[in-house]
Design a protein around this ligand. Structure first.
Ligand SMILES: [Zn+2]
Ligand SMILES: [Zn+2]
Length: 145
């Protein structure tokens, strides 16, 4: 994936710092701000946590990044590429992306929101919290099939 192009398509100035952050989140999904900072500082030794935070927030506001909230954890971030749901292990906190058909989910909810002209769905966020009650060693792999 061409990160610079991705940022430009989304009308965001591709500064070196933003490219590094976006690349990070492309290669490692669901990082929190400390993890992003730890890895960014390797390439920009003088960068501060607040600068990383500012960049992440700007990219969030512009819709380049998505925030994932997990109870009792710091927010996690990922590139806003395609809609998906999350499968989260309540034992170890591991997160897996699950394909999601947004239209199907909206239809199943039967709220007819898409037919209303006063409401717009801005975000659809689904997190499924699971616990392997038989064998946690297998839960991290999320063998769902
Ligand atoms: Zn995800
Ligand atoms: Zn687990």
């Amino acid at each position: 994936m061409d990160i610079v192009k991705f940022l430009k398509i989304n009308n965001i100035k591709a500064t070196a710092q933003r490219v590094v952050i976006a690349e990070l989140l492309y290669n490692h999904r669901h990082l929190n701000i400390d993890e992003i900072y730890k890895r960014t500082v390797k390439q920009f030794p003088t960068i501060s946590l607040s600068t990383v935070y500012k960049n992440v927030n700007t990219m969030l506001e512009l819709g380049i990044l998505q925030e994932l909230t997990v109870p009792n954890q710091k927010p996690r971030y990922e590139l806003n590429e395609s809609a998906h749901a999350h499968l989260i292990c309540t034992t170890c906190g591991k997160i897996k992306d699950i394909d999601m058909d947004t239209d199907k989910v909206l239809n199943a909810l039967d709220l007819n929101i898409e037919k209303r002209d006063d409401l717009k769905v801005e975000e659809l966020s689904i997190s499924l919290f699971v616990k392997n009650i038989k064998d946690h060693d297998n839960c991290c792999a999320f063998n769902t099939k």
